[in-house]
Design a binder for this molecule. Structure first.
Ligand SMILES: [Zn+2]
Length: 400
């Protein structure tokens, strides 16, 4: 700890562990699954109240319109909650981006709605690690920095749709990333504190195949079988897989009674590209496969979806930010390691904007996305300290 500056020490003294835990318990009691727009609205109001203790302007930003493709092939609008944006000292010479999400993976009718103590110091509850704990400690680090009088410039974005791919907040994230020196995202770290390094990307697609119905016995030659065409497309896309590109045709919906040639199928397929070149290759492969199947099966095909999470390699800028976080951890007696992962998050989108990001600055915890999700409560204070020291050093131009 003796490698900390006097400003850093003074800042750390402001961190209030009890206040952080109280917020986590309060926020975890608000059910805010991504599709629960009312729950996300309640959470947004709570967060706006809490973050109003910081200077700057808070707004709740309307979600970008997004759509979903039903099993009937129809496209319908998808409702999302508003996203919180706080902008503090926009004219500061060094500006940071801090991001988190208010949504969880637990819908309103999910049995996992309340928190309980698994054992002393370990809280089991919905979103306690992913990421209401992260939001609470992000706020605490900022409150401590403000109390210490350091004029930090930063934007905070807390979106309402991270768990389903940030489709309605991607434009907002890209907008606020512009001009930022670095970004910190508050996804949970592993139970031992290990951070996520490089992340692959992901893209989800719904492909609507329309053929022509006919009687399966009387005039099958007049039919154009959409299920067969969707299957042919799935096989062709699957053949494009490589160590750099996972391709998973996950589901084919459609069809009907045995005596009807089916005129509709919807193919759901996920791609996981390792880098930007693989995204380009996958796009070309989709176009080629669609053209070939349309011709061979005489069907019409519409592709919906996108590569919503670009891959996040560790480039030179990201490596410098990781080193800065690691050094801050060392000065706090918190050894920091990191490991590459197949998981994706908003860190992918921020990195794609050319802004270095460490995206697991949140609490230590585990079993996320399950009823065993837990938060190691001591990590709130640890991680708030790590964030505060990292931000103070960034404000001093450590990456400039
Ligand atoms: Zn998360």
């Amino acid at each position: 700890m003796n490698r900390l500056s006097s400003v850093e020490r003074a800042t750390l003294e402001r961190i209030d562990a009890a206040a952080m835990l109280a917020r986590v318990e309060r926020w975890a009691a608000i059910s805010s699954g991504t599709r629960n727009v009312a729950g996300c609205a309640a959470m947004a109001t709570e967060l706006a109240d809490a973050f109003a203790a910081l200077p700057g302007d808070i707004e709740l930003v309307e979600p970008t319109p997004t759509e979903s493709v039903g099993a009937d092939g129809h496209v319908t609008p998808l409702a999302h909650g508003r996203h919180l944006r706080l902008s503090v000292r926009p004219d500061a010479p060094v500006r940071l981006l801090l991001t988190g999400h208010m949504d969880t993976v637990y819908p309103l009718d999910h049995p996992f709605q309340t928190s309980r103590w698994r054992e002393p110091g370990v809280l089991n509850g919905p979103g306690v690690a992913d990421m209401k704990g992260g939001l609470s400690l992000m706020l605490e680090a900022l409150l401590a920095i403000e109390a210490s009088g350091t004029p930090l410039g930063y934007d905070v974005v807390i979106n309402s749709d991270e768990e389903t791919g940030s489709l309605s907040s991607a434009a907002l994230l890209a907008d606020v990333a512009r001009g930022k020196v670095a970004a910190l995202t508050y996804e949970p770290a592993l139970p031992d504190g290990t951070l996520a390094g490089a992340r692959g990307g992901t893209g989800n697609f719904s492909v609507v195949v329309r053929g022509r119905a006919a009687h399966a016995g009387r005039n099958p030659e007049d039919g154009r079988n959409a299920i067969v065409a969707a299957s042919a497309l799935a096989v062709r896309l699957h053949e494009e897989r490589s160590p750099q590109l996972a391709v998973n045709p996950a589901r084919i919906e459609g069809g009907g009674p045995n005596n009807v040639v089916p005129d509709l199928a919807v193919l759901r397929v996920n791609f996981r590209p390792a880098d930007a070149a693989e995204i380009a290759r996958a796009r070309a492969a989709i176009d080629a496969a669609v053209a070939a199947v349309q011709t061979a099966h005489d069907v019409s095909i519409h592709v919906h979806g996108s590569f919503n999470r670009p891959p996040k390699p560790i480039d030179a800028g990201a490596a410098r930010l990781f080193a800065l976080v690691r050094d801050a951890g060392a000065d706090l007696d918190q050894p920091i390691a990191w490991r590459d992962t197949g998981g994706v998050c908003d860190g992918n989108n921020i990195a794609a904007c050319g802004v270095p990001v460490v995206d697991t600055m949140g609490a230590r915890g585990g079993a996320i996305h399950s009823t065993d999700e837990f938060l190691i409560v001591d990590s709130l204070a640890e991680r708030a300290a790590l964030s505060a020291v990292t931000m103070l050093r960034l404000a001093e131009g450590a990456l400039a």
